[in-house]
Design a protein around this ligand. Sequence first.
Ligand code: F0G
Length: 459
Amino acid sequence: MSEPIYRTIIEPFRIHSVEPLTMTTAAQRREHAAEAGYNLFQLRAEHVLIDLLTDSGTGAMSRDQWAAMQRGDESYAGSPSYFIFRDAVRHLFPFEHVIPVHQGRAAERIIFGVLGGAGKVVPSNTHFDTTRANIEATGAEAVDLVIDEANDPTSLHPFKGNMDIAKLDELLALRGADVPVVFITITNNSGGGQPVSLANLREVRAVCDKYGKMLFLDACRFAENAWFIHERESGYSEANVEDIVREMASLADGMTMSAKKDPMGNIGGWLALNDDDLAQQCRNLVILTEGFPTYGGLAGRDLEALAQGLKEVVQHDYLRYRITSTAYLGKALTERGIPVLQPYGGHAIYLDARAWLSHLDPLQYPGQALAVALYEFGGIRSCEIGTVMFGRHPDGSEAAAPMDLVRLAIPRRTYTQSHIDYVIEVCEKVAETVHSLPGYRISYEPPALRHFTARFEQI
Ligand code: F0G
Protein backbone atom coordinates (compact mmCIF):
# COMPACT_ATOMS: atom_id res chain seq x y z
CA MET A 1 0.00 0.00 0.00
CA SER A 2 1.32 3.45 -0.84
CA GLU A 3 1.50 5.95 2.05
CA PRO A 4 -2.06 7.24 2.58
CA ILE A 5 -2.38 11.02 2.78
CA TYR A 6 -4.64 12.55 5.45
CA ARG A 7 -5.94 16.09 5.76
CA THR A 8 -6.08 16.41 9.57
CA ILE A 9 -3.13 18.11 11.20
CA ILE A 10 -2.20 15.72 13.97
CA GLU A 11 -0.40 17.31 16.92
CA PRO A 12 2.67 15.01 17.13
CA PHE A 13 2.33 14.60 20.90
CA ARG A 14 -0.33 13.77 23.43
CA ILE A 15 -1.13 15.78 26.51
CA HIS A 16 0.52 14.77 29.76
CA SER A 17 -0.36 17.60 32.11
CA VAL A 18 -3.09 20.22 31.69
CA GLU A 19 -3.66 23.80 32.77
CA PRO A 20 -7.20 25.09 33.32
CA LEU A 21 -8.49 28.03 31.26
CA THR A 22 -10.81 30.58 32.83
CA MET A 23 -13.98 31.54 31.00
CA THR A 24 -15.09 35.18 31.18
CA THR A 25 -18.09 37.09 29.83
CA ALA A 26 -17.91 39.89 27.26
CA ALA A 27 -19.01 42.37 29.94
CA GLN A 28 -16.15 41.29 32.22
CA ARG A 29 -13.67 41.53 29.37
CA ARG A 30 -14.77 45.07 28.49
CA GLU A 31 -14.15 46.02 32.08
CA HIS A 32 -10.74 44.32 32.16
CA ALA A 33 -9.72 46.03 28.91
CA ALA A 34 -10.70 49.46 30.23
CA GLU A 35 -8.85 48.84 33.52
CA ALA A 36 -5.75 47.86 31.52
CA GLY A 37 -5.85 51.20 29.69
CA TYR A 38 -6.67 49.20 26.54
CA ASN A 39 -3.13 47.85 26.62
CA LEU A 40 -3.28 44.04 26.49
CA PHE A 41 0.18 43.77 28.08
CA GLN A 42 -1.45 45.19 31.22
CA LEU A 43 -4.12 42.45 31.51
CA ARG A 44 -3.94 39.74 34.12
CA ALA A 45 -3.23 36.51 32.24
CA GLU A 46 -6.07 34.65 33.96
CA HIS A 47 -8.47 37.08 32.30
CA VAL A 48 -7.29 35.79 28.91
CA LEU A 49 -8.81 32.68 27.32
CA ILE A 50 -6.47 32.08 24.36
CA ASP A 51 -3.16 33.86 24.83
CA LEU A 52 -1.59 34.64 21.47
CA LEU A 53 0.35 37.65 22.77
CA THR A 54 3.63 35.92 22.09
CA ASP A 55 5.29 32.61 21.30
CA SER A 56 8.11 33.63 23.63
CA GLY A 57 8.58 31.47 26.70
CA THR A 58 4.95 30.37 26.48
CA GLY A 59 5.39 26.95 24.86
CA ALA A 60 4.83 23.60 26.53
CA MET A 61 7.95 21.72 27.52
CA SER A 62 8.18 18.03 26.76
CA ARG A 63 8.40 15.10 29.15
CA ASP A 64 12.05 14.79 28.21
CA GLN A 65 12.72 18.46 28.97
CA TRP A 66 11.17 18.11 32.44
CA ALA A 67 13.25 14.99 32.97
CA ALA A 68 16.39 16.84 31.87
CA MET A 69 15.64 19.56 34.41
CA GLN A 70 16.02 16.97 37.17
CA ARG A 71 19.62 16.53 36.06
CA GLY A 72 20.31 20.26 36.37
CA ASP A 73 23.52 20.88 38.28
CA GLU A 74 23.43 24.16 40.14
CA SER A 75 27.17 24.65 40.66
CA TYR A 76 28.04 28.32 40.46
CA ALA A 77 30.93 27.76 38.05
CA GLY A 78 31.69 25.04 35.52
CA SER A 79 28.42 23.13 35.95
CA PRO A 80 28.12 20.00 33.78
CA SER A 81 24.76 21.42 32.68
CA TYR A 82 26.65 24.27 31.02
CA PHE A 83 28.71 21.84 28.92
CA ILE A 84 25.60 19.87 27.91
CA PHE A 85 23.99 23.16 26.88
CA ARG A 86 27.11 24.43 25.10
CA ASP A 87 27.48 21.21 23.12
CA ALA A 88 23.80 21.22 22.11
CA VAL A 89 24.16 24.81 20.84
CA ARG A 90 27.39 23.99 19.03
CA HIS A 91 25.89 20.90 17.41
CA LEU A 92 23.72 23.32 15.41
CA PHE A 93 25.74 26.55 15.62
CA PRO A 94 29.43 25.62 15.76
CA PHE A 95 30.69 28.95 17.12
CA GLU A 96 33.83 29.09 19.23
CA HIS A 97 32.27 30.83 22.25
CA VAL A 98 28.81 30.15 23.69
CA ILE A 99 27.72 32.49 26.48
CA PRO A 100 24.36 31.86 28.17
CA VAL A 101 22.20 34.84 29.13
CA HIS A 102 18.79 35.10 30.76
CA GLN A 103 16.99 36.02 27.51
CA GLY A 104 17.54 37.44 24.05
CA ARG A 105 17.65 41.12 24.92
CA ALA A 106 20.45 40.48 27.41
CA ALA A 107 22.55 39.15 24.54
CA GLU A 108 21.62 42.28 22.58
CA ARG A 109 22.50 44.62 25.42
CA ILE A 110 25.86 42.93 25.86
CA ILE A 111 26.92 42.78 22.21
CA PHE A 112 25.81 46.36 21.50
CA GLY A 113 27.35 47.45 24.80
CA VAL A 114 30.65 46.45 23.20
CA LEU A 115 29.98 47.26 19.52
CA GLY A 116 27.48 50.14 19.70
CA GLY A 117 27.91 53.79 20.59
CA ALA A 118 27.19 57.22 19.16
CA GLY A 119 27.90 57.53 15.45
CA LYS A 120 27.63 53.77 14.81
CA VAL A 121 25.00 52.25 12.54
CA VAL A 122 23.74 48.66 12.64
CA PRO A 123 21.86 47.37 9.59
CA SER A 124 19.48 44.40 9.67
CA ASN A 125 16.72 43.03 7.48
CA THR A 126 14.38 44.21 10.29
CA HIS A 127 15.47 44.74 13.87
CA PHE A 128 13.11 43.38 16.50
CA ASP A 129 11.90 46.11 18.90
CA THR A 130 14.26 45.15 21.75
CA THR A 131 17.19 44.89 19.35
CA ARG A 132 16.46 48.35 17.97
CA ALA A 133 16.01 49.74 21.49
CA ASN A 134 19.30 48.22 22.69
CA ILE A 135 21.15 49.70 19.70
CA GLU A 136 19.55 53.11 20.15
CA ALA A 137 20.20 53.06 23.91
CA THR A 138 23.95 53.14 23.11
CA GLY A 139 23.47 56.17 20.85
CA ALA A 140 23.87 54.10 17.67
CA GLU A 141 21.42 53.99 14.79
CA ALA A 142 19.40 50.88 13.81
CA VAL A 143 18.58 50.60 10.09
CA ASP A 144 16.14 48.17 8.46
CA LEU A 145 17.08 47.08 4.93
CA VAL A 146 14.55 44.37 4.16
CA ILE A 147 13.48 43.82 0.51
CA ASP A 148 10.59 46.01 -0.71
CA GLU A 149 8.23 43.01 -1.03
CA ALA A 150 8.29 42.71 2.78
CA ASN A 151 6.23 45.89 3.10
CA ASP A 152 3.51 44.63 0.77
CA PRO A 153 1.20 42.38 2.86
CA THR A 154 -0.15 40.75 -0.31
CA SER A 155 3.18 39.90 -1.95
CA LEU A 156 3.71 36.13 -2.15
CA HIS A 157 7.51 36.33 -2.27
CA PRO A 158 8.68 33.06 -0.62
CA PHE A 159 11.49 34.74 1.35
CA LYS A 160 10.10 38.09 2.44
CA GLY A 161 12.65 38.23 5.25
CA ASN A 162 15.50 38.71 2.78
CA MET A 163 17.89 41.62 3.06
CA ASP A 164 17.97 44.11 0.17
CA ILE A 165 21.52 43.45 -1.00
CA ALA A 166 21.84 46.65 -3.05
CA LYS A 167 20.76 48.78 -0.07
CA LEU A 168 23.21 46.98 2.20
CA ASP A 169 26.04 47.49 -0.28
CA GLU A 170 25.11 51.16 -0.61
CA LEU A 171 25.06 51.69 3.17
CA LEU A 172 28.42 49.98 3.61
CA ALA A 173 29.96 51.95 0.74
CA LEU A 174 28.72 55.19 2.29
CA ARG A 175 29.17 54.56 6.02
CA GLY A 176 31.20 51.36 6.22
CA ALA A 177 33.52 52.77 8.87
CA ASP A 178 30.55 53.31 11.20
CA VAL A 179 29.14 49.78 10.84
CA PRO A 180 30.45 47.38 13.52
CA VAL A 181 28.27 44.42 12.50
CA VAL A 182 25.46 43.43 10.14
CA PHE A 183 22.46 41.59 11.62
CA ILE A 184 19.94 39.22 10.04
CA THR A 185 16.80 38.21 11.91
CA ILE A 186 15.65 34.66 11.13
CA THR A 187 12.73 34.47 10.74
CA ASN A 188 11.97 38.15 10.38
CA ASN A 189 9.54 38.59 13.27
CA SER A 190 8.64 42.27 12.86
CA GLY A 191 8.21 41.70 9.13
CA GLY A 192 5.64 38.93 9.63
CA GLY A 193 7.61 35.84 10.66
CA GLN A 194 9.01 35.64 7.16
CA PRO A 195 12.05 33.52 6.31
CA VAL A 196 15.42 34.45 4.87
CA SER A 197 16.80 32.20 2.13
CA LEU A 198 20.24 30.62 2.18
CA ALA A 199 20.90 32.29 -1.17
CA ASN A 200 20.24 35.68 0.43
CA LEU A 201 22.39 34.84 3.46
CA ARG A 202 25.24 33.92 1.11
CA GLU A 203 24.86 37.25 -0.71
CA VAL A 204 24.83 39.15 2.60
CA ARG A 205 27.96 37.23 3.61
CA ALA A 206 29.65 38.25 0.35
CA VAL A 207 28.83 41.93 0.91
CA CYS A 208 30.09 41.69 4.50
CA ASP A 209 33.32 40.12 3.22
CA LYS A 210 33.71 42.86 0.61
CA TYR A 211 33.67 45.49 3.38
CA GLY A 212 35.33 43.36 6.08
CA LYS A 213 32.26 43.29 8.35
CA MET A 214 31.00 40.70 10.81
CA LEU A 215 27.61 39.09 10.22
CA PHE A 216 25.46 38.07 13.20
CA LEU A 217 22.20 36.13 13.22
CA ASP A 218 19.31 37.02 15.50
CA ALA A 219 18.33 33.38 15.38
CA CYS A 220 15.27 33.08 17.67
CA ARG A 221 13.24 31.15 15.10
CA PHE A 222 16.06 29.43 13.24
CA ALA A 223 14.32 26.04 13.00
CA GLU A 224 11.20 27.54 11.44
CA ASN A 225 13.42 29.46 9.03
CA ALA A 226 15.23 26.23 8.14
CA TRP A 227 11.92 24.44 7.56
CA PHE A 228 10.85 27.17 5.12
CA ILE A 229 14.17 26.70 3.30
CA HIS A 230 13.49 22.95 3.21
CA GLU A 231 10.02 23.61 1.76
CA ARG A 232 10.70 26.54 -0.56
CA GLU A 233 14.33 26.89 -1.60
CA SER A 234 15.46 24.93 -4.59
CA GLY A 235 18.00 22.24 -3.79
CA TYR A 236 16.93 21.78 -0.15
CA SER A 237 13.80 19.60 -0.27
CA GLU A 238 15.83 16.51 0.59
CA ALA A 239 18.11 18.25 3.08
CA ASN A 240 17.93 17.64 6.80
CA VAL A 241 16.93 20.67 8.86
CA GLU A 242 19.96 20.25 11.13
CA ASP A 243 22.24 20.54 8.09
CA ILE A 244 20.37 23.61 6.87
CA VAL A 245 20.81 25.22 10.30
CA ARG A 246 24.54 24.45 10.26
CA GLU A 247 24.80 25.96 6.80
CA MET A 248 23.11 29.15 8.02
CA ALA A 249 25.50 29.26 10.98
CA SER A 250 28.53 28.70 8.74
CA LEU A 251 27.77 31.99 6.98
CA ALA A 252 27.80 34.03 10.21
CA ASP A 253 30.40 35.18 12.73
CA GLY A 254 28.07 35.00 15.67
CA MET A 255 24.52 35.08 16.92
CA THR A 256 22.18 36.43 19.55
CA MET A 257 19.44 34.15 20.71
CA SER A 258 16.25 34.19 22.67
CA ALA A 259 15.90 30.57 23.78
CA LYS A 260 12.27 31.31 24.66
CA LYS A 261 11.34 30.64 21.04
CA ASP A 262 12.60 27.70 18.98
CA PRO A 263 14.78 26.19 21.76
CA MET A 264 11.49 25.49 23.57
CA GLY A 265 12.49 27.12 26.83
CA ASN A 266 10.39 29.18 29.21
CA ILE A 267 13.43 31.36 29.81
CA GLY A 268 16.97 31.68 28.42
CA GLY A 269 19.13 32.90 25.64
CA TRP A 270 22.70 33.02 24.49
CA LEU A 271 25.35 34.94 22.67
CA ALA A 272 27.69 32.88 20.49
CA LEU A 273 30.59 34.09 18.41
CA ASN A 274 33.99 33.25 16.99
CA ASP A 275 36.10 36.32 17.79
CA ASP A 276 38.18 35.71 20.95
CA ASP A 277 38.69 39.36 21.95
CA LEU A 278 35.07 40.27 21.44
CA ALA A 279 33.97 37.19 23.41
CA GLN A 280 36.24 38.24 26.28
CA GLN A 281 34.72 41.73 26.36
CA CYS A 282 31.22 40.24 26.27
CA ARG A 283 31.99 37.82 29.11
CA ASN A 284 33.17 40.73 31.22
CA LEU A 285 29.81 42.44 30.70
CA VAL A 286 27.97 39.17 31.40
CA ILE A 287 29.69 38.95 34.78
CA LEU A 288 28.64 42.50 35.53
CA THR A 289 24.91 41.94 35.05
CA GLU A 290 24.00 38.33 34.19
CA GLY A 291 26.24 36.16 36.32
CA PHE A 292 29.21 33.86 35.88
CA PRO A 293 29.68 33.02 32.17
CA THR A 294 28.84 29.32 32.59
CA TYR A 295 25.31 30.12 33.74
CA GLY A 296 24.60 33.67 32.56
CA GLY A 297 21.55 34.32 34.72
CA LEU A 298 20.05 30.85 34.21
CA ALA A 299 19.70 27.92 36.57
CA GLY A 300 21.53 24.72 35.62
CA ARG A 301 18.13 23.10 35.09
CA ASP A 302 17.21 25.79 32.54
CA LEU A 303 20.36 25.01 30.57
CA GLU A 304 19.41 21.30 30.55
CA ALA A 305 15.87 22.05 29.34
CA LEU A 306 17.26 24.14 26.47
CA ALA A 307 19.75 21.46 25.43
CA GLN A 308 16.88 18.96 25.16
CA GLY A 309 14.61 21.51 23.43
CA LEU A 310 17.24 22.06 20.74
CA LYS A 311 17.05 18.35 19.89
CA GLU A 312 13.27 18.42 19.62
CA VAL A 313 12.79 21.57 17.59
CA VAL A 314 14.71 20.34 14.54
CA GLN A 315 12.62 17.18 14.18
CA HIS A 316 10.83 17.18 10.85
CA ASP A 317 7.53 15.84 12.23
CA TYR A 318 7.43 18.67 14.74
CA LEU A 319 8.29 21.37 12.20
CA ARG A 320 5.82 20.05 9.63
CA TYR A 321 3.07 20.21 12.26
CA ARG A 322 4.21 23.61 13.50
CA ILE A 323 4.22 25.32 10.12
CA THR A 324 1.12 23.51 8.79
CA SER A 325 -0.96 24.28 11.88
CA THR A 326 -0.01 27.97 11.78
CA ALA A 327 -0.94 28.07 8.08
CA TYR A 328 -4.29 26.38 8.93
CA LEU A 329 -5.28 29.52 10.85
CA GLY A 330 -4.04 31.83 8.09
CA LYS A 331 -5.85 29.90 5.41
CA ALA A 332 -9.13 29.83 7.31
CA LEU A 333 -9.04 33.61 7.86
CA THR A 334 -8.12 34.29 4.23
CA GLU A 335 -11.04 32.11 3.07
CA ARG A 336 -13.33 34.30 5.20
CA GLY A 337 -12.12 37.45 3.44
CA ILE A 338 -10.05 38.67 6.41
CA PRO A 339 -6.85 40.41 5.25
CA VAL A 340 -3.90 38.39 6.48
CA LEU A 341 -0.24 38.98 5.69
CA GLN A 342 0.90 36.58 2.98
CA PRO A 343 2.60 34.13 2.93
CA TYR A 344 1.73 32.85 6.42
CA GLY A 345 4.48 33.27 9.00
CA GLY A 346 6.11 30.45 10.90
CA HIS A 347 5.25 31.34 14.47
CA ALA A 348 2.29 33.63 13.91
CA ILE A 349 -0.46 34.86 11.65
CA TYR A 350 -0.46 38.61 11.13
CA LEU A 351 -3.79 40.33 10.52
CA ASP A 352 -3.50 43.37 8.28
CA ALA A 353 -5.34 45.82 10.52
CA ARG A 354 -4.66 48.81 8.27
CA ALA A 355 -6.50 47.08 5.40
CA TRP A 356 -9.24 45.55 7.54
CA LEU A 357 -10.01 48.63 9.69
CA SER A 358 -9.70 50.92 6.68
CA HIS A 359 -11.94 53.52 8.38
CA LEU A 360 -9.11 54.35 10.83
CA ASP A 361 -6.02 56.46 10.15
CA PRO A 362 -2.71 54.80 11.18
CA LEU A 363 -2.36 57.40 13.96
CA GLN A 364 -5.69 56.17 15.35
CA TYR A 365 -3.88 52.84 15.80
CA PRO A 366 -6.00 50.35 13.81
CA GLY A 367 -3.85 47.47 15.11
CA GLN A 368 -4.55 48.43 18.71
CA ALA A 369 -8.25 48.78 17.91
CA LEU A 370 -8.35 45.29 16.42
CA ALA A 371 -6.34 43.74 19.25
CA VAL A 372 -8.74 45.22 21.83
CA ALA A 373 -11.74 43.96 19.83
CA LEU A 374 -10.36 40.39 19.67
CA TYR A 375 -10.02 40.47 23.44
CA GLU A 376 -13.42 41.99 24.15
CA PHE A 377 -15.21 39.69 21.67
CA GLY A 378 -13.53 36.42 22.59
CA GLY A 379 -10.86 36.71 25.27
CA ILE A 380 -8.07 36.38 22.71
CA ARG A 381 -4.90 38.28 23.51
CA SER A 382 -2.84 39.33 20.49
CA CYS A 383 -0.14 41.91 19.91
CA GLU A 384 -0.13 45.08 17.84
CA ILE A 385 2.91 45.27 15.59
CA GLY A 386 2.50 48.62 13.91
CA THR A 387 2.31 52.30 14.66
CA VAL A 388 2.02 51.83 18.43
CA MET A 389 5.15 49.69 18.47
CA PHE A 390 7.21 51.52 15.85
CA GLY A 391 5.59 54.93 15.34
CA ARG A 392 7.58 56.96 17.88
CA HIS A 393 11.09 57.93 16.74
CA PRO A 394 14.15 58.78 18.88
CA ASP A 395 13.84 62.48 17.85
CA GLY A 396 10.34 62.55 19.41
CA SER A 397 8.38 62.65 16.16
CA GLU A 398 5.55 60.21 15.42
CA ALA A 399 4.66 58.69 12.05
CA ALA A 400 2.76 55.71 10.68
CA ALA A 401 4.77 52.46 10.74
CA PRO A 402 5.20 50.72 7.34
CA MET A 403 2.34 48.35 8.26
CA ASP A 404 -0.29 48.06 10.98
CA LEU A 405 -0.41 44.40 11.88
CA VAL A 406 -1.93 42.37 14.68
CA ARG A 407 0.07 39.29 15.45
CA LEU A 408 -1.61 36.08 16.52
CA ALA A 409 1.48 34.31 17.84
CA ILE A 410 1.11 30.59 18.41
CA PRO A 411 2.87 29.24 21.50
CA ARG A 412 4.66 25.98 20.71
CA ARG A 413 2.78 22.71 21.45
CA THR A 414 0.27 24.57 23.66
CA TYR A 415 -3.07 24.94 21.90
CA THR A 416 -5.01 22.31 19.99
CA GLN A 417 -6.84 22.65 16.70
CA SER A 418 -10.16 23.30 18.52
CA HIS A 419 -8.60 26.30 20.27
CA ILE A 420 -7.60 27.57 16.86
CA ASP A 421 -11.09 26.87 15.44
CA TYR A 422 -12.44 29.07 18.24
CA VAL A 423 -10.01 31.86 17.27
CA ILE A 424 -11.31 31.63 13.70
CA GLU A 425 -14.89 31.94 14.96
CA VAL A 426 -14.05 35.01 17.06
CA CYS A 427 -12.49 36.66 14.00
CA GLU A 428 -15.69 35.93 12.05
CA LYS A 429 -17.69 37.65 14.79
CA VAL A 430 -15.39 40.71 14.76
CA ALA A 431 -15.77 40.86 10.97
CA GLU A 432 -19.52 41.51 11.32
CA THR A 433 -18.96 44.96 12.86
CA VAL A 434 -15.32 45.67 12.06
CA HIS A 435 -15.97 49.06 10.44
CA SER A 436 -17.59 50.45 13.58
CA LEU A 437 -14.63 49.67 15.87
CA PRO A 438 -13.33 52.83 17.54
CA GLY A 439 -9.81 54.21 17.12
CA TYR A 440 -7.53 55.06 20.04
CA ARG A 441 -5.33 57.87 21.30
CA ILE A 442 -2.44 57.50 23.73
CA SER A 443 -2.96 59.07 27.15
CA TYR A 444 0.41 57.99 28.61
CA GLU A 445 3.61 56.73 27.05
CA PRO A 446 7.11 56.03 28.42
CA PRO A 447 10.25 57.34 26.64
CA ALA A 448 11.07 53.99 24.92
CA LEU A 449 9.32 50.71 24.03
CA ARG A 450 5.99 52.43 24.60
CA HIS A 451 3.80 49.50 23.56
CA PHE A 452 4.49 47.62 26.80
CA THR A 453 3.19 50.26 29.20
CA ALA A 454 1.31 52.94 27.22
CA ARG A 455 -2.29 53.67 28.18
CA PHE A 456 -4.98 54.36 25.60
CA GLU A 457 -8.36 56.06 25.37
CA GLN A 458 -11.07 55.31 22.85
CA ILE A 459 -11.73 58.10 20.36
N1 F0G B 1 14.80 39.05 18.54
C1 F0G B 1 13.61 38.65 18.04
C2 F0G B 1 13.48 38.41 16.57
C3 F0G B 1 12.54 38.45 18.91
O1 F0G B 1 11.39 38.05 18.40
C4 F0G B 1 12.71 38.69 20.29
C5 F0G B 1 11.60 38.54 21.22
C6 F0G B 1 13.96 39.10 20.76
C7 F0G B 1 14.98 39.26 19.85
C8 F0G B 1 14.21 39.38 22.22
O2 F0G B 1 14.22 38.22 22.96
O3 F0G B 1 12.29 38.45 24.53
O4 F0G B 1 14.09 36.80 24.94
O5 F0G B 1 14.53 39.20 25.24
N2 F0G B 1 10.42 38.44 20.84
C9 F0G B 1 9.25 38.22 21.66
C10 F0G B 1 8.04 38.30 20.79
C11 F0G B 1 9.17 39.05 22.88
O6 F0G B 1 6.93 38.34 21.32
O7 F0G B 1 8.17 38.30 19.56
P1 F0G B 1 13.75 38.17 24.50
